[in-house]
Design a protein around this ligand. Structure first.
Ligand code: AMP
Length: 193
């Protein structure tokens, strides 16, 4: 693995542990020689992860739609900043650059991004792992919803089981190393995002 995409809030959240965890994630990525791929902003947990990666000598790659460069305040100290035309290109580019995806606490944007990668994994568009850094059980209601989707017959168990969740970033990276993608949903389909 060379690069990990981190999806996380453009806010820092109310609990200081979110910010501390984001900084810790940045440090661990840098120390493991893993490049950060993220939204490219300076704000919120996104900015904190990037600052920490850079402060620890790592490589931070941002991908930001032109229209957000001012609003999310593009980080000016990044190793690389890709400015793309729209949100779809952002997610496509982040997906191509990264070898795995981790959601830290965040809002609707964060959920949308990790969920999309999870759905692409189910369709066999990629075979990369998806994880939730479940700090202070922030993602428990969502993981309960995933289980409900399985129980009610809308999601196959293997797609729930493929999701990695832990409150420890090192455990997630270890799980990434051992990850084996589940069989895709429609095995004969040549699906394009
Ligand atoms: P949030 O978790 O809502 O604070 O958003 C975190 C990041 O997700 C921000 O950088 C947003 O620009 C980004 N985001 C929000 N919606 C989308 C979307 N539909 N596609 C891609 N990125 C998004």
């Amino acid at each position: 693995m060379k690069a990990i995409a981190i999806f996380c809030g453009s806010a820092t959240g109310t609990d200081p542990i979110f910010l501390q965890s984001a900084q810790h994630v940045g440090e661990i990525l840098a120390k493991n020689n893993l490049s950060l791929v993220y939204g490219g902003g300076k704000v919120g947990l996104m900015g904190a992860v990037a600052d920490s990666v850079l402060a620890h000598g790592g490589r931070a790659i941002g991908v930001m739609p032109r229209a957000l460069v001012d609003r999310e305040i593009a980080h000016t100290g990044l190793s690389e900043l890709y400015v793309v035309e729209n949100m779809h290109q952002r997610k496509m580019q982040m997906s191509e650059l990264a070898d795995g995806f981790i959601a830290l606490p965040g809002g609707a944007g964060t959920l949308e991004e990790i969920y999309e990668q999870w759905t692409w994994a189910q369709l066999g568009i990629h075979e990369k792992p998806c994880a939730f850094l479940n700090i202070n059980a922030y993602y428990q209601p969502l993981l309960d919803m995933v289980q409900l989707m399985v129980d009610k017959g809308f999601t196959q168990p293997r797609y729930a089981e493929m999701l990695i969740q832990s409150d420890n970033i090192a455990d997630i990276l270890t799980a990434f190393k051992h990850y084996r993608a589940p069989q895709a949903k429609w095995t004969n389909a040549n699906v394009k995002p």
